[in-house]
Write a protein that binds this ligand. Structure first.
Ligand SMILES: *Cc1c(COP(=O)(O)O)cnc(C)c1O
Length: 466
């Protein structure tokens, strides 16, 4: 399996190399050169597999020869062994044809664990084979950071610096990151928004001497390894609900467009998906795009669902590349103009294609609170703010004859204040995390200044035998 950049100017890489590289050197994102395909018969065969086995099969389509199949299976089993639910990704029914698939039973209580637990092990495997050391830098709006820190905290082969927007994550989210005191973990709170954090990470990658010196690598959802690890649960849910002999739709609470891109990929490789619902908060660039081809950047406003407080959805570039029939030059042009003008100019024909596959909806904070209350009243289900937006979006587009699954991206206990206000119930933290508020924290607060961040990244790397 080979990977090409959406901007057409970076070297073609195999899976391991793509995994370690993250963002392509030309600023683009890596994507498989050709899509693997599963026939309906292939899909039926997968019904007998449990989640870890299914994950190894699906992810194996993307790793090619780089990771031997028995090793990949073993890594998948280890990754999902420390989840708190035996089904790993259980389905819960809310009403006729409407289901929630809970992706939050991992160690940090958000769906990011689904990919990150495996990514940590894949990195260690590949780096140990190559006897290499690398430096990981990442930006988080809350959940990626903690999932990465949890997955990479004991690695001998790498250090991790995570930037989070100061004061804009929930306290649980912050503490999950800052209370991990391993020497290879570096937490920085940036005085700015998530987009500022993401821009700083991009700038570090664009600083070629620094990138080369530090052997920089990314674990943001621009990393194809993460997308690959998010495909299996869509297939698993679909098989449980009758696919491939029946169509299915999904709704995904969306920020950086990674999770929903994985759903779209599942369709691309053969899963019969009718359409995908894109759920957003008042940072509604994707909804505006789907409604009237208006992809224009507005200021990021903090919301009750901080992991979706994003205006620039990085992974959208992969979809754009496909919508443009893989015209890398045009993709590059559109993305460069987008950064310059703050507005994306997408050909009418490509936009129409997008609207056939995706339907969007956004809820503001008031509507989100009402949604949490209503879902609890109607189905006795405690949905975190992200998931609640997903469920309301799913209801809007629900069809009588097609099952609809909303992925639940975070455990309600990650957002206790919003849940308490909306339902009167304070969702307890799972046992393993009960002392989170007593643990010691360690992080620095820095301005959104590239030089200061690079110095910090370098210092921590060299302190860890880089
Ligand atoms: C990361 C995250 C999202 C958004 O996922 P993307 O892949 O960035 O679209 C939604 N909900 C929660 C709880 C998250 O942690």
């Amino acid at each position: 399996m080979r990977y090409i950049s959406t901007r057409g100017q970076a070297p073609i890489l195999n899976f391991s190399h793509t995994l370690l590289t993250g963002l392509a050197e030309d600023g683009g994102l890596y994507i498989p050169e050709t899509w693997p395909h599963l026939s309906h018969n292939d899909l039926r065969e997968l019904r007998k597999l449990d989640y870890s086995e299914l994950a190894a099969k699906i992810i194996g389509l993307f790793t090619g020869d780089d990771i031997p199949a028995p090793i990949l299976l073993d890594l998948c089993k280890q990754s999902y062994a420390n989840f708190n639910h035996k089904a790993i990704v259980p389905l819960v029914q809310l009403e006729h044809n409407l289901f929630v698939q809970e992706l939050f039973h991992g160690p940090t209580l958000a769906f990011k664990d689904m990919a990150m637990q495996l990514l940590g092990r894949l990195f260690d495997y590949v780096l140990s084979q190559r006897e290499e050391h690398i430096t990981i830098v990442g930006a988080t709006s809350g959940d990626t950071g903690s999932a990465a820190i949890e997955a990479f905290k004991d690695s001998k082969y790498l250090t991790v610096t995570i930037l989070h927007p100061y004061g804009r994550t929930s306290e649980v989210q912050r503490r999950q990151m800052t209370t991990v005191l391993s020497p290879n973990i570096n937490n920085i709170a940036i005085k700015g928004s998530f987009d500022d954090c993401q821009d700083l990470v991009k700038s570090m990658f664009a600083d070629m001497p620094f990138r080369k010196e530090m052997h920089l690598s990314a674990i943001n959802s621009i990393n194809w390894g993460r997308i690959a690890a998010q495909i299996p649960y869509y297939i698993y849910a679909a098989l449980c609900l009758g696919a491939p002999d029946r169509e299915i739709s999904f709704t995904v609470p969306t920020g950086n467009f990674g999770n929903i891109l994985a759903a779209w990929t599942a369709k691309k490789i053969g899963l019969p998906i009718r359409f995908l619902g894109v759920a957003s908060n008042h940072n509604d660039i994707l909804t505006r795009f789907l409604l009237n081809n208006d992809m224009s950047i507005q200021e990021v406003k903090p919301s009750l669902s901080p992991s979706m407080d994003i205006q620039i959805s990085s992974n959208f570039e992969r979809l754009l590349f496909e919508l443009l029939d893989r015209d890398a030059a045009q993709c590059c042009q559109i993305m460069q103009n987008f950064r310059k003008d703050g507005k994306m100019n997408i050909p009418e024909q490509s936009w129409t294609k997008a609207t056939q596959n995706f339907k969007g909806m956004s809820l503001n904070n008031e509507e989100t609170k009402k949604a949490i209350t209503k879902i609890f009243k109607d189905s006795l289900y405690l949905a975190d703010p992200h998931t609640a937006i997903g469920i309301i979006t799913a209801q809007k587009y629900l069809e009588k004859d097609v099952p609809m699954v909303t992925v639940a991206t975070a455990h309600p206990a990650k957002f206790p204040d919003a849940i308490k206000q909306a339902t009167g119930i304070l969702p307890p933290l799972p046992l393993a995390m009960a002392d989170l508020y007593e643990r010691k924290e360690n992080y620095q607060i820095l301005p959104a200044d590239l030089q200061a961040i690079e110095n910090s990244v370098r210092t921590v790397a060299y302190q860890n035998n880089f």
